[in-house]
Design a protein around this ligand. Structure first.
Ligand code: SF4
Length: 909
């Protein structure tokens, strides 16, 4: 393998390095940022992750020969951590020995990837030549280097649309048999899943037997078995519930949904399920499928549009690389699946989102790619599956408005069950905002400007219905006319200039004026979003709201009529309505129902403006802003208790539901967990079970409450973070409650740490998606990662890479209008305490993931209330210390760990 003789540039917080083209000549030299920018502007350089490099150099226009783009072309759908070390591992090259050695690696990696294209064993060759021809026309920087290396196939090669297999129709599935699982057989199944050599875990056995109760036959209609099972970290709960799940699906022939909140757990489940089920059954179908919301999957029709001129410039190159990926993808999942999370960020555009079906514009059987569509395939696969791995929101949406009643979840295990409340809160929310309303307008009317894409309005999508059915045609025309009342392109600009047009824009203008007049959150100066409760509204506001409500009703009526016409067509189909046509009309009816429901919710929200508040709901007006830039305006409604609709929609029709997590209870108290399960709303008393973690927290972990870093003192906070990371030699997960403070701390310490060989990454700073950030952190024990909420709960990093968790302060809830209402209803400060303890317990849970893990949990808080200490597992040592003392304790652990590592490597060698 020959390194590619082109200059290569690397920059980190620690400095910049350039290796000249002549590999035997000058070698690698350090240079200033200014010189690096000049060099990059002069000639195309070999680089890794252009957006990240651009951030490090402070030069946003940076471009070059990005190794990640080449990797995405040569090895589509293959995992790589997008760092020099990650690239070296993926290609089997020697890891770079520090920053200065990275340019050498970039040249070798480029050589290896280009060589692969000439290698007969290249497994992703098919389609590459065809794709390259387009990329040459687009002047993709790598295209000239690849031409000549990828030979023209002798016969026309299959590529994306010809290469993808078609899905098969699935027969209707019979209802499951009613079976009772005996304890003994559950334990046997568990033993066979864990393997006879696996250590006996009494906690896991008890947990598996408990979980099996949820699968028992239901005694009364509307009364499912509900189990709340708290299982401490390390119980092995995944296999614990997969044992009875696999046994029940085998004996009963039904489907179980396991629902998660994070993508990390979905990945883990997919891997663990292989112990219980084969990849494919004898008939070729899959017993285990992963289901996500349709907005996660690639829409082939959108991709085709993008490839045929819908995307320009860099976005067109992205479309080509996505097409390469789609031909090799396992399931077409673009978000958290096998599409590299970093691919979208390389192109600094919203290209990935535009390739999914976010707006419900699918034309179903009217689409030329319908039989190959990833979404349709996933939907069908889940009908006959034993195990469907989904997420909380999807389970709720499917239960509420699943296209096919047979595919609605009736046995569900909610893992990460402490998040069910939040998921229900968003799923059952209503928001009448400008962004939502303009989407509805486009769905009905179509895009305003001539657009190259395929987006079309209702009349174009249902042209055949309109020409056949007069009443249907009239309904479409009426809907089209009524939708003119919704906000159109440029609505925010018009509102800012006092030139609102139409009843909905007038409403949004009134919302904005009221919010600016009343908001006292302090967000105005800080640039945050603003809000005010929907109370004591003026007469003029109420009048405008009523006008908007009437306009929405004008739109809802014809949509209802159209839905009825479609229904009639399906019941008495005309001759021309073939199978695909029928599927398309069913699809249209389904999306109509959804829009009609949304309009109904908006109308009832507006109806209540000016009237008495409904105690079931919390309503408020908001202007959404990011760094003082407004991006949406609207009225929001949440259920005071979202578990009420959850209970009706999800629990009541179900037969068995398990909610499980390491942090369900608040300390020893079950009362709040029971209330938050929703079960009391359908008069079901859940079965309760608790399984203590087998970890020895007394020796594995220590909580340090640092009392001498003043709250709000950014220099002191930054210094504390910097010293903790240095003392621990990386391996730190830093958790913040405010992005502003995270950025300030990062800006003060990142350069210094990098110069000491301790790379620091941060959410909201680095142009890298969160999943990739965690991959990078996991891959490098010297790295540290700063982040906010998503990291508090979604990080599962075992072993040495995570040794210290630092929370910048007690995670007090944000005092929003919604929070205030729930706090009032939930017991005031005790409600807050429960929330805070839950957050602390979740954050602590990141630290110890296996029996071998050791580490410290630090909270920087001069006044940490003792009543919150019960958040930590019993037996965990807790000390209130100064920063100096904390550093000493962390140093002691860091030395021990270094010694252990040295010992390990000696015994290995
Ligand atoms: S069937 Fe719908 S989602 Fe699938 S490719 Fe066609 S338009 Fe896209």
């Amino acid at each position: 393998m020959a390194a590619l003789p082109l200059p290569a540039l690397h920059a980190s917080h620690g400095g910049c390095w350039l290796r000249e083209k002549d590999l035997t000549g000058l070698g690698t030299r350090p240079l200033s940022k200014g010189e690096a920018v000049m060099a990059a502007a002069d000639t195309p350089l070999l680089i890794l992750n252009a957006p990240l490099l651009a951030t490090r150099l402070g030069y946003p226009d940076l471009s070059g020969l990005d190794l990640l783009e080449l990797y995405a072309f040569v090895h589509p759908a293959r995992f790589v951590v997008p760092t020099p070390k990650g690239l070296a591992h993926a290609l089997g090259l020697a890891e770079p020995e520090g920053d200065a050695d990275v340019p050498r690696l970039l040249q070798e990696a480029a050589g290896a990837l280009l060589d692969m294209c000439e290698n007969g064993a290249w497994s992703e060759r098919e389609g590459a030549w065809t794709s390259l021809q387009s990329l040459v026309r687009m002047r993709w920087p790598w295209a000239t280097l690849l031409t000549g290396r990828i030979r023209k196939p002798e016969r026309a090669e299959r590529w994306l649309f010809t290469r993808l297999p078609e899905w098969e129709e699935t027969p209707e599935v019979p209802q499951p048999r009613q079976v009772v699982l005996e304890d003994e057989e559950v334990l046997q199944r568990l033993a066979s899943l864990t393997g006879s050599t696996a250590e006996q875990r009494p906690g896991q056995r008890a947990y598996a037997v408990e979980t099996a109760h949820a699968f028992a036959p239901r005694e009364r209609s509307g009364r499912p078995h509900v189990l709340l099972a708290q299982a401490g970290t390390g119980i092995g709960k995944t296999l614990g519930y997969l044992a009875p799940t696999s046994l029940w699906t085998e004996k009963a022939g039904g489907t179980v949904w396991v629902s998660t909140y994070t993508k990390a757990l979905q990945r883990q489940l997919r891997a663990e399920s292989r112990r219980a089920w084969p990849e494919r059954r004898a008939d070729g179908t899959r017993p285990v499928v992963v289901r996500k919301g349709r907005e996660n999957y690639l829409c082939l029709l959108n991709l085709e549009d993008a490839l045929q001129g819908g995307f320009n410039g860099r976005a067109a190159i992205l479309a080509q690389l996505v097409a390469r990926w789609a031909a090799y993808s396992q399931d077409g999942d673009m978000i958290g699946g096998d599409l590299p999370g970093w691919l979208g960020t390389l192109f600094r555009q919203r290209g990935i989102a535009a390739l999914t079906d976010r707006r419900g514009e699918c034309v179903y059987a009217g689409c030329p790619h319908y039989r190959k569509c990833f979404i349709e395939r996933a939907t069908r696969a889940s009908v006959g599956a034993d195990l469907v791995i989904g997420n909380h929101a999807l389970v709720m949406v499917n239960a509420a408005r699943g296209r096919d009643p047979a595919s609605r979840p009736t046995r569900v295990v909610f893992d990460e069950g402490h998040h069910v409340f939040d998921a229900a809160d968003s799923t059952f929310a209503a928001a009448l905002t400008g962004a939502e309303a303009i989407e509805l307008r486009r769905w009905v009317i179509g895009p305003e400007k001539a657009s190259k894409g395929r987006r079309r309005g209702l009349s174009a999508r249902l042209a055949d219905v309109a020409s056949y059915d007069e009443a249907g045609a009239k309904a479409i025309a009426a809907a089209r006319e009524a939708a003119e009342a919704l906000p159109g392109d440029g609505w925010m600009g018009r509102i800012a200039e006092n030139a609102a047009s139409g009843p909905l824009e007038e409403l949004l203008a009134a919302v904005r004026a009221t919010v600016y007049a009343r908001d006292e959150s302090g967000g105005q100066e800080a640039g945050y979003g603003l809000e005010t409760e929907a109370a004591s509204l003026e007469g003029s506001f109420v009048e405008i709201a009523q006008g908007a409500r009437a306009a929405l009703a004008e739109l809802r009526q014809p949509l209802i009529r159209l839905g009825m016409r479609l229904e009639a067509l399906l019941e008495e189909p005309p001759d021309w309505l073939d199978g695909p046509g029928r599927a398309r009309i069913e699809g249209a009816r389904h999306s109509l129902t959804w829009r009609v429901d949304t309009l109904g919710a908006w109308e009832s929200l507006l109806d209540r403006m000016g009237g008495p508040a409904d105690p079931e709901y919390v309503d408020w007006l908001a202007v959404d802003r990011s760094e003082a830039r407004e991006f949406d305006i609207g009225i929001h409604r949440r259920w005071l208790d979202p578990m009420k609709p959850f209970a009706q929609v999800v629990l009541e029709p179900a037969h068995g539901v398990v909610m499980t997590s390491a942090t369900l209870r608040d300390g020893e108290d079950w009362a709040k967990a029971i209330a938050r399960s929703g079960a009391p709303n359908i008069e079901v008393m859940p079965r309760l079970s608790i399984h203590q973690s087998p970890f020895d927290y007394a020796t594995q972990a220590e909580v340090l409450i640092v009392t001498d870093v003043p709250k709000g003192d950014i220099p002191a906070l930054s210094a504390a973070f910097g010293r903790l990371i240095e003392t621990s030699r990386g391996g730190v997960l830093g958790l913040f409650t405010a992005i502003r403070r995270l950025r300030a701390v990062y800006g003060r310490i990142a350069d210094r740490l990098a110069r000491g060989g301790l790379p620091l990454y941060a959410q909201h700073v680095d142009p890298i998606d969160t999943g990739t950030l965690v991959d990078i952190f996991r891959d490098d024990p010297a790295a540290s990662l700063l982040g906010t909420d998503a990291l508090r709960d979604g990080v599962d990093v075992q072993g040495d890479s995570l040794r210290l968790v630092v929370m910048e302060q007690v995670p007090w809830p944000r005092p929003t209008i919604l929070h205030r209402a729930r706090r009032l209803a939930g017991g005031g400060s005790t409600y807050d305490d429960t929330l805070i303890r839950a957050k602390l317990a979740q954050a602590f849970g990141r630290l110890i993931r296996s029996r071998e893990d050791r580490g410290h949990f630090v909270v920087l808080s001069p006044a940490f209330p003792s009543r919150l200490l019960s958040a930590f597992p019993a037996g965990t040592p807790i000390r209130r210390v100064t920063l100096e003392e904390a550093l000493q304790r962390v140093a002691g652990h860091a030395q021990g760990a270094t010694a252990d590592r040295a010992e390990d490597s000696q015994s290995l060698s």
